[in-house]
Design a protein around this ligand. Structure first.
Ligand SMILES: O=C(O)c1cc(=O)[nH]c(=O)n1[C@@H]1O[C@H](COP(=O)(O)O)[C@@H](O)[C@H]1O
Length: 306
């Protein structure tokens, strides 16, 4: 799938991924009311609202973007109906030709990570049959438990030609509490970056490895260092827009070929209509506002790359 991600980025000329992180308070009244009229003010009603919201945004932006990143937490909060909306979103986006990055941040002891990897990227055995349960193209992975928590994901990636993005330097304010701690004079995140590069050598696509990294747009200097440490890793860059990241900060996350990084924006795109800049669209045209925000984000990043 790393080859498909790179091909989609080359085709669209947009190294960006739209984060589908729906919260009910982003969803315009008319969408909520229609869902609640059908399912009541229930978890099912909420799940229908987030599904319809996602679908409208995907329908209005899929031709401009290479990928989407549904954040599973926003679906989990609505329980089983929310998870069904997650699955409907994954399937629909794949039908539209988009690469789907499941932002699940899973990581556990080996046997447990194996179940996560199978459930999200692989196929689970049921008697003589096997099923792809969620079937995303990529998943985000938390490496806090070390190699035996990541290896089961690598095994499934090699088997299924799927990918992972390993948390290396996260965008949040307190990421440095652990990630910046020095070991033999070097910050932990650099050591994790070296492991990502090493894991990646076992799972290479045409130009980049199946093992990518997550590096926050909020830490541009660290992104510059990590780009050099992991030349063949695709870097998923969250933190653009709502968290303050800007195109000009992100030049060094990319390789000279203009590839190597894909920048995420969730709230900045899906709730664009709430921003002053896109207020002219109004809530009823929220998906048009999202399209305009995607166009502006692509222009910002491509402008910075020159
Ligand atoms: O793995 C992620 O995508 C992730 C890592 C990280 O360091 N920071 C981060 O914000 N994210 C995710 O990226 C998205 C950012 O959302 P916005 O701030 O609304 O663009 C959320 O889904 C976060 O969970």
């Amino acid at each position: 799938m790393i080859n498909k991600l790179v091909a989609n980025i080359k085709k669209t000329g947009a190294p960006i991924v739209v984060g589908l992180d729906p919260m009910l308070n982003y969803i315009p009244e008319q969408v909520q009311k229609k869902a609640f009229a059908e399912y009541g003010e229930t978890l099912e009603g909420a799940a229908e609202a987030i599904w319809q919201f996602n679908k409208a945004i995907v329908d209005n932006t899929y031709d401009l973007i290479p990928a989407v990143k549904p954040q599973i937490a926003m679906y989990e909060q609505f329980g089983i109906p929310g998870m069904q909306a997650f699955k409907k979103t994954v399937d629909y986006c794949k039908e539209k030709g988009l690469v789907v990055i499941g932002d699940i941040k899973r990581g556990d002891i080996g046997s447990t990570s194996a179940a996560y990897a199978v459930g999200h990227l692989g196929k689970v055995a049921v008697g003589s049959k096997s099923y792809a349960a969620f079937d995303e193209d990529f998943a985000t992975v938390n490496p806090y438990l070390g190699s035996d928590g990541v290896n089961p994901f690598l095994d499934v990636c090699k088997e299924e030609k799927k990918g992972i993005f390993v948390l290396v330097k996260t965008s949040n304010p307190s990421s440095g509490e652990f990630q910046d701690q020095k070991i033999d004079g070097r910050p932990l995140y650099e050591l994790v970056g070296e492991k990502v590069a090493a894991w990646g050598t076992e799972a290479m696509g045409d130009e980049y490895s199946y093992v990518g990294a997550v590096v926050g747009a909020t830490y541009p200097e660290m992104g510059k260092v990590l780009r050099k440490i992991m030349p063949k890793a695709y870097i998923l860059v969250p933190g653009y827009g709502a968290q303050g990241g800007k195109g000009k900060d992100l030049v060094h996350f990319f390789n000279e070929d203009g590839l190597g990084a894909i920048v995420n924006s969730s709230r900045g795109i899906i709730a664009a209509y709430k921003q002053e800049k896109y207020a002219k669209f109004g809530a009823e045209n929220f998906a048009d506002a999202s399209r305009a925000a995607v166009e502006d984000m692509v222009a910002d990043i491509k402008g910075a790359l020159g």
